[in-house]
Write a protein that binds this ligand. Structure first.
Ligand SMILES: Nc1ncnc2c1ncn2[C@@H]1O[C@H](COP(=O)(O)OP(=O)(O)OP(=O)(O)O)[C@@H](O)[C@H]1O
Length: 256
C-alpha cells in the first residue's frame, strides 16, 4: 500500500478579534482589554493515511475538523508542520463552496468541475451523470442564487463525487440533504470507496461513520486525541450515549 496523506506536526493559528468598530476598540484600549487573541484551531496534529483507507473525522463543533480538511486540501497553509498528499483531491469543504451565485447551475458545474481539476472534455462526458445524480435537471439553467440549500448541496456533492479523485474529502455532506438524497450519497461514497479512493468523512452521525469508515480520528479543541478503531473512537466521544429521539435516523443513527 502507498501513503495517500501524511500530516506531520501540523498547527493552524487564527486570530479572534474582540472589537469590530473603532468605538469598541477605543473602549477596550482605554480599559486595558485585549483587542484580539490568537488561538490554535489545529494543534500539532500528525497521522498517516494509506491509499484506500476511509477515515471518519469526528469531534464537537469548533474542534478543528474543517480547518484540518482545508489544510489537507491546500485551501489553507499550515502555520507549522507539513502536509503531503498523493494524487488528485476532490471534496466538499462546504457544500457548494466555489459556486458563483449569479451563474446558472450549468455554468457553475463547468466552473466547479474545472476548480476540482476536470478538463472540459471530462466534464462533458460526465455532465449527464452529474445532473442525473443531483436530480435538479430543470433548474440547471437557473442562477444558483435561486436554489434552496438542499439543491446547492445536491449539485455540489454530485460534481465532487464524479471527479476521478485519489482522495475525497467530505465535510458534513449529508447535513442539508433530505433522507433519500443522504441515502444516495452514502451509496455513491461506498462505490467510490470500493474503487480504492481514500475518503475523509466528517460527520456527527455515529452510524454513518460505522458504515463508511475503517478508522476514526477524533479532534478535541484542535488536538488529535484518538486515532484508531471506529467503535472505540465513537465511544471515546460518547456519541452513543442516550441518543435524542428526534435526531435519530434509522440508517444514519444519532446525531449529537
Ligand atoms: N478563518 C477563520 N478565522 C478565524 N477563526 C476561524 C476561522 N475558521 C475557523 N475558525 C475557528 O477555528 C475553530 C475551529 O473551526 P472548524 O470550523 O475547523 O471546526 P469544526 O470542528 O469543523 O466545527 P463544526 O463541527 O462546527 O463544523 C473554531 O473556533 C472557529 O471559530
Amino acid at each position: 500500500m502507498s501513503v495517500s496523506i501524511e500530516v506531520d506536526h501540523v498547527s493552524k493559528q487564527f486570530t479572534m478579534a474582540y472589537s469590530r468598530t473603532l468605538k469598541s476598540m477605543a473602549v477596550a484600549r482605554a480599559r486595558g482589554l485585549p483587542l484580539r487573541e490568537q488561538f490554535l484551531a489545529v494543534k500539532d496534529v500528525s497521522f498517516t493515511v494509506e491509499q484506500g483507507e476511509s477515515i471518519g473525522l469526528m469531534g464537537l463543533n469548533g474542534s478543528g475538523k474543517s480547518t484540518l480538511l482545508k489544510v489537507i486540501n491546500g485551501v489553507m497553509r499550515p502555520d507549522a508542520g507539513r502536509v503531503l498528499t498523493r494524487g488528485r483531491i476532490a471534496g466538499l469543504i462546504a457544500t457548494g463552496a466555489g459556486f458563483h451565485p449569479q451563474l446558472t447551475g450549468r455554468e457553475n458545474l463547468y466552473l466547479n468541475g474545472a476548480i476540482l481539476g476536470m478538463g472540459e472534455k471530462e466534464i462533458n462526458s460526465k455532465f449527464d451523470a452529474i445532473v442525473d445524480f443531483a436530480d435538479i435537471g430543470k433548474f440547471m439553467d437557473t442562477p444558483v442564487s435561486h436554489y434552496s440549500s438542499g439543491m446547492y448541496a445536491r449539485l455540489g456533492f454530485s460534481i465532487a463525487i464524479h471527479v476521478d479523485a485519489d482522495v475525497f474529502l467530505a465535510d458534513e455532506v449529508l447535513a442539508v440533504g433530505d433522507r433519500p438524497f443522504k441515502r444516495k450519497c452514502m451509496e455513491k461514497m461506498q462505490e467510490v470507496r470500493q474503487q480504492g479512493t481514500t475518503i475523509f468523512y466528517v460527520s456527527h452521525a455515529a452510524a454513518s461513520v460505522r458504515a463508511m469508515c475503517d478508522r476514526v480520528l477524533v479532534l478535541e479543541k484542535g488536538e488529535l486525541t484518538f486515532d484508531g478503531d471506529v467503535d472505540e473512537g465513537i465511544r471515546h466521544l460518547h456519541y452513543d450515549d442516550a441518543p435524542d429521539e428526534e435526531n435519530v435516523d434509522e440508517e444514519l443513527g444519532a446525531d449529537v
